[in-house]
Unconditional design. Sequence first.
Length: 173
Amino acid sequence: MITPKFVIYTDGACTPNPGVGGWAAILQYTNAHGKVLSKQISGSVRYTTNNHMEIMAVLAALRKLRYASDVTIYSDSSYVVRAIGDWNGGKPVRTHRGWMVKWQQHGWHRSASNKKLMHKDLWQELYYLASLQSSVAMRWIRGHSGNKFNELCDALAVEARIKAANGILEAGT
């Protein structure tokens, strides 16, 4: 079987921070005929932080993958990109290892001195989901710089946040 290849764009939004938040992801897959198939997902949380929403966007996208895939994820959150790092064959790439690896080695604390790790449950699930993929390449993209998929993700995340603020909750919350 040929390994599926996905390109994923993610974004999170929270106003104020902390406050009502939204997240979004665009998953793109090119089929055997060269046609690009795309799926948009989004959700919201009533009281959260921007970092939580940035993490949720990546997590929700990886949850959608049914088979081990080659995945390239674009995020405008350097925190998320640096935390996850690159993966190959279900293992972190030594030269581009993310902070998650050390957190896992330290019992899901920020350091050996047991500093509390925020969003520990999300990082644990992300670590697991990354290990299931054939490869994961995290790529930072400057937010609001004209990339149409990053801009669309931002608009979807803001829309989800606004709906949550107005009491209209969607699936994925």
